[in-house]
Design a protein around this ligand. Structure first.
Ligand code: TTP
Ligand code: MG
Length: 406
């Protein structure tokens, strides 16, 4: 059976979220990106603003000159992340073969789903209706036999569009389009190709492969394939989390052991709570230290059994710290804790181990309180020391340069 791939992308995403929250902005030129008197560029422009020539990436000063009566909004990322999560949840209801690409964009492998919806086209209509009904947002969908053609189709169909490219029709569909419509062709590549007299995807598709290679190296081969509608990339499900780490840089290099311990405690609690939220246990704990002279070391320890309790992560981190400090006495600039070798918390082997069970219950109770009242609502004596050092918000302490590596 021929593969059927959908590319789904929300229209004017940031702006549309703002319009849902403030309906007065609907149907008007609106720009998210910042205040026009500040430096910065357009992140998202409503289609009404695009009619004045505004587009993403344009300096706000230019945008303001072209369309002075537009409403300029600074924007706030948490709102967009929240909308994005709801959008992805709707898509996941239709098919588990989902690859989120960015906040407002995903590929879906819909091969075989016609038996449920009558046709893939009908399925796309249902997806669009759900998105508009539940989120008041509009999506554009492209359907084709490959990712690259599905993406070109959804772009071309915008706004509120739906465009299906039939199997075998990929090349004639792409041929008349300007090369800038092909994913992978940025401003620079476009200029070079235009200089060679290549303006449409059709012209690009018939350029000899060796000529493309000589201009663009390995990327030339990809351009050749895409221009011919050939793309064997599969829809990739997001990989399982392999590791979680948290780190912070001190505002002043330090040798203060109680501060180091308090910070490790806090980072361990952060990691423990994330592990429990993801329903994972870790077998390997890693300590990272960066000294004042920027030399960086990592030390790790593998546990006999997986764990997700704050205490185990902290105890192990502390042991690693003690060893590292006894070897080197230099002041520390950054400290981090990470966990890896993540496993599903299978059946509890030590069900009879009373203290392990108690610890697990304690962590669960702490998680519940924190969910309700904020991360720092409940603290051990050790992390209270951090009160003096880091600003506190409902989400927890605001560490310097917090890293959220996966
Ligand atoms: P896009 O999907 O590229 O743009 P869009 O949703 O605003 O408009 P459309 O899809 O209808 O053409 O990007 C999604 C969001 O990502 C966009 O709303 C804002 C953000 N973004 C930036 O912050 N900077 C950028 O340069 C781009 C292109 C997008
Ligand atoms: Mg979009």
């Amino acid at each position: 059976m021929a593969q059927r791939i959908m590319h789904i992308d929300l229209d004017a995403f940031f702006v549309s979220v703002e319009q849902v929250l403030n309906p007065e902005l609907k149907g008007k030129p609106v720009v998210v990106g910042g205040r026009p008197d500040r430096r910065g560029v357009v992140a998202s422009a409503s289609y009404e603003a695009r009619a004045f020539g505004l587009h993403a990436g344009m300096p706000l000063t230019t945008a303001c000159r072209l369309c002075p009566h537009a409403t300029f909004i600074e924007g706030s990322f948490p709102k967009y992340r929240h909308a994005s999560q709801k959008f992805m949840a709707i898509l996941a209801d239709f098919s588990p073969y989902l690859e989120p690409v960015s906040l407002d964009e995903a590929y879906m492998d819909a091969t075989g789903f016609e038996s449920i919806h009558g046709s893939i086209h009908q399925m796309a209509i249902a997806i669009k209706q759900h998105i508009t009904y539940k989120l008041s947002l509009y999506a554009s969908i492209g359907i084709a036999g490959s990712k690259v053609v599905a993406k070109v189709a959804s772009e071309l169909s915008k706004p509120d569009g739906l465009l299906e490219v039939a199997d075998g029709e990929e090349r004639p569909f792409l041929a008349p389009l300007p090369i800038a419509k092909l994913p992978g062709i940025g401003k620079k590549t476009e200029r070079i190709l235009n200089g060679l007299g290549i303006n449409t995807i059709g012209e690009l598709s018939s350029m000899p492969l060796h000529a493309l290679r000589s201009h663009f190296g390995a990327a030339g081969e990809l351009l050749h394939r895409y221009a011919n509608g050939i793309d064997d990339r599969q829809v990739k499900l997001p990989g399982a989390t392999k590791s979680i780490s948290r780190e912070t840089t001190f505002s002043k290099d330090t040798k203060d052991r109680s501060l180091l311990k308090a910070t490790i405690r806090y980072l361990s609690e952060r990691i423990g709570s994330e592990l429990r939220q993801r329903d994972k246990q870790a077998k390997r704990i890693t300590l990272k230290l960066r000294y004042a002279d920027f030399t960086t070391i990592t030390r790790h320890y593998t546990l006999g059994q997986g764990s997700n309790t704050d205490q185990t992560i902290f105890d192990t981190g502390l042991q690693l710290l003690r060893k590292a400090l006894s070897a080197k006495k230099k002041p520390i600039r950054l400290i981090g804790i990470g966990v890896s070798n993540l496993i599903e918390p299978g059946r509890q082997l030590d069900m009879l181990n009373y203290s392990a069970k108690r610890l697990e219950q304690l962590n669960k109770a702490i998680d519940r309180i924190r969910k309700k009242y904020g991360f720092t609502a409940i603290q051990t004596g050790r992390t209270l020391l951090l009160k003096e050092i880091f600003p506190e918000t409902k989400g927890g302490y605001t560490l310097q340069t917090p890293s959220l590596s996966r």
